[in-house]
Design a protein around this ligand. Structure first.
Ligand code: GLP
Length: 241
């Protein structure tokens, strides 16, 4: 795993966006794996700034998001689809057909998971997967204990993850109990992985990732089995490394 340190969130976002922009400029038809949460927000802002200042085009990319809540449709202000539209897609030259997220309101959720895995394969696979990390080491919504062999699946969110995500919802009880997430193996199939972390709340997880062993108790440790992972983290997140 390659480690790049950044002074703060702003610098982390600039460095991350440069890597994404480079990817899209050298391969306009790149398949980008995208993430939600606070971590990639600054990176998305940098992509938008670069798109408007330098004209980097997203007209031919394909985007595949990691996860979506079960029960929330695309128009729901708390859905990840809505988040992505607001934080990134609406400001880029990207059309509906290029954008993919799991459908959290599908009638048959297992069939939806299968569809998503097939879709990823049909795109030729993800070229660059952007990831954040949960305080408990989760990636996507793969909670501790998730088999490393997992493909896209439905998960029951842990209390700690629901609590951490409650800040985006009006009332804590509105946080869905389940989500569809790309599995750990689905994530590991990506050509390159770009993991981001900032802030003191991620310091323990980053310490365990860098210094700890590989174990299903700590989902992010699976990334050590991939040979092209770049971790960009700020000084606070790296404080215990
Ligand atoms: C969420 C998301 C993850 C994200 C993580 C960290 O539950 N499903 O994709 O990386 O938790 O969130 P944040 O970036 O807000 O710290």
């Amino acid at each position: 795993m390659k480690l790049i340190s950044a002074k703060n969130q702003t610098e982390m976002s600039r460095k991350a966006s440069s890597l994404i922009i480079e990817t899209v400029r050298s391969a306009p038809e790149a398949v980008l794996g995208l993430a939600t949460g606070s971590t990639p927000l600054g990176t998305y802002q940098e992509l938008i700034r670069d798109h408007s200042e330098n004209g980097t085009s997203y007209g031919k990319v394909t985007t595949i998001n990691l996860d979506e809540y079960v029960g929330l449709d695309a128009d729901d202000p708390n859905s990840f689809r809505h988040f992505m539209d607001n934080q990134l897609f609406e400001a880029l030259d990207i059309s509906e057909q290029q954008i993919h997220l799991p459908n959290g309101t599908a009638e048959n959720l297992d069939a939806e998971c299968e569809r998503y895995d097939i879709l990823i394969k049909q795109t030729g696979g993800i070229d660059l997967q952007l990831l954040g990390i949960g305080e408990n080491g989760h990636i996507g919504f793969n909670e501790p204990g998730t088999p490393f062999s997992s493909r896209t699946h439905v998960v029951e969110l842990t209390e700690s993850t629901r609590k951490a995500n409650a800040r985006f919802f009006e009332r804590p009880e509105d946080v869905p109990t389940h989500a569809i997430t790309m599995g750990i193996d689905s994530i590991l199939q990506s050509q390159k992985i770009l993991l981001l972390a900032f802030g003191a709340s991620k310091a323990e997880a980053i310490k365990r990732l860098v210094h700890g062993g590989v174990s299903e108790d700590f989902p992010a440790s699976a990334l050590k089995r991939h040979d092209d992972v770049t971790l960009i983290a700020d000084e606070e997140a790296l404080a215990l490394v």
